[in-house]
Design a protein around this ligand. Structure first.
Ligand SMILES: Cc1cc2nc3c(=O)[nH]c(=O)nc-3n(C[C@H](O)[C@H](O)[C@H](O)COP(=O)(O)OP(=O)(O)OC[C@H]3O[C@@H](n4cnc5c(N)ncnc54)[C@H](O)[C@@H]3O)c2cc1C
Ligand code: SF4
Length: 435
């Protein structure tokens, strides 16, 4: 990244200040706090929170076990539906999923703290590596899982539970996908993403080949010939371009690439950061980039979205988090052009009252990603078309997570896709244990 630009510096804040800024967003619950939170649950029949959970976790069931101090049983209830229940407890937008549906909202305008309770139940089991899932007898079947993000890992784990052998082919250096390279650092501290990956792999029967990319190191035809089934969980690895003048100026950076560097940095204070930053976009990546720019010491951060707040894919909670972190959000202002000579100096936008310029020494583009096309697969708007069992148009090939049509770009949904695909693959291979 370019460091010569005026007012773009590393060491904008000291290492200690940055460490403090990037500490855990929500402190974990103590035992007494968890018992009080669990006591607020009505244990509803046909619980709306469970219906609202994309992975269908039996939420009253796991909360009941917390009340009786059966933490292991509670974790098993969660992880049997969602093997990434630990990460989802940290990153799920619960305010628009389970907690929004909680009936306590109508009575007290405050839901049961389902996310924090889920973390309370799963953390001890994952930290200790407690094995909860025995593997079914070996089936002799071998499945290729392409992509080691939430979709791929969830699929691999369920297949392993069902007695199949799995090989994961993953482009990155590490497993975890965006859990490792994307999600905001303050949501998943202390290397939790890798702790969770280790927990998932501890089931056994899963071989990992990192640095191995479909389309470069191995072809889909080879995998289809060599394996009984193939699952694609390759995410959306290509950042979209805006397509306006000046986009190639120095200091105009893809947010997703910067965030990956931020997540891997040993010392975040060595990252270059502008004094005044403009983030273009309205989704989770834009919010995270804007908030993390502030945490790294940017004095002014503007986030600019071309539509209204109701169209933003970032939830109201995320938008409020950005605003309370000192980010100014502008709506209904598409960018016209990026200004500067060699270096960026600002962005010209246009809203209903006319053109205006926001000056900046760093500009981040966060307007979405698309998937790498895969030969032979039918795509719609750059994503793979799948059926309800997550089978693609190619025989023997399943897909899930962000790379498919209907993926809503949430970790929890990717986990569910991987799980459903594993169950469908097992069914197609003649398995009898479709759970
Ligand atoms: C900045 C950011 C913040 C986010 N924050 C949240 C959040 O707070 N909460 C939330 O629920 N969701 C969040 N999301 C969304 C969430 O991270 C994704 O929905 C989820 O990671 C999708 O999982 P996936 O397995 O489909 O893909 P990914 O996580 O993208 O994983 C894809 C994997 O495939 C591998 N791969 C790619 N191409 C190939 C290839 N050709 N061959 C082999 N391997 C390949 C990659 O190496 C990677 O490991 C965020 C996303 C971003 C970008
Ligand atoms: S909706 Fe709320 S009160 Fe009812 S079971 Fe779910 S968490 Fe408990």
């Amino acid at each position: 990244m370019d460091m010569e630009q005026p007012d773009v510096r590393d060491h904008r804040l000291s290492r200690d200040e940055i460490e403090a800024n990037f500490s855990d967003l929500h402190a974990p619950l103590s035992r007494s706090e968890a018992l009080i939170a669990a006591d607020r649950c009505y244990f509803c029949f046909d619980a709306p929170c469970t219906t609202a959970c994309p992975t269908g976790i039996d939420i009253p069931g796991f909360i009941q076990k917390i009340r009786s101090d059966n933490i292991r049983g509670s974790a098993k209830t969660i992880l049997s539906e969602n093997i990434m229940g630990g990460m989802c407890a940290r990153v799920c937008p619960t305010e628009v999923l389970c907690e929004e549906a909680c009936v306590r909202n109508t009575h007290e305008e405050k839901p049961v703290e389902i996310g924090l309770l889920q973390r309370y139940a799963t953390d001890p089991v994952i930290d200790a590596g407690t094995s909860l899932f025995p593997r079914a007898p070996a089936t002799g079947r071998k499945i290729a899982v392409v992509g080691g993000g939430p979709a791929g890992l969830s699929c691999a784990h369920r297949l392993a539970v069902l007695g199949h052998e799995v090989v994961i082919f993953n482009r990155d250096d590490k497993l975890g996908g965006l859990n490792e390279y994307g999600i905001a650092a303050y949501k998943t501290v202390n290397d939790f993403a890798q702790t969770e990956v280790d927990y998932i792999l501890s089931i056994g029967g899963i071989e990992v080949r990192n640095h191995c990319a479909l389309g470069e190191d191995v072809s889909l035809d080879e995998l289809r010939n060599e394996y009984d089934a193939v699952f694609l969980g390759i995410g959306l690895s290509k950042a979209n371009e805006i397509g306006i003048e000046g986009e190639d100026r120095r200091g105009v950076i893809n947010a997703i690439e910067y965030i990956a560097k931020l997540r891997q940095a040993e010392d975040k204070s060595t990252l270059p950061m502008g004094g005044t930053v403009v983030v273009i976009g309205g989704g989770m990546t834009a919010i995270d980039m804007a908030v993390q720019s502030r945490l790294l010491g940017a004095k002014q951060v503007h986030m600019v979205y071309r539509r209204g707040p109701e169209d933003m894919s970032a939830s109201a909670f995320e938008q409020a988090l950005a605003q309370t972190s000192g980010v100014t959000i502008h709506h209904r202002a598409p960018p016209n052009r990026i200004l500067g000579d060699d270096f960026v100096t600002g962005v010209e936008f246009e809203d209903e009252s006319g053109k205006f310029v926001l000056y900046a020494d760093m500009v981040f583009k966060a307007i979405g990603q698309h998937t790498d096309g895969i030969e032979g697969l039918t795509l719609e708007h750059g994503r793979i078309i799948v059926n309800a069992g997550r089978m693609t148009s190619l025989e023997g090939v399943w897909a899930g997570g962000d790379c498919v049509v209907g993926g809503d770009d949430l970790t929890v949904s990717a986990v569910q896709h991987g799980k459903l695909a594993a169950i469908d693959i097992d069914r197609h291979l003649g398995g009898t244990q479709n759970g």
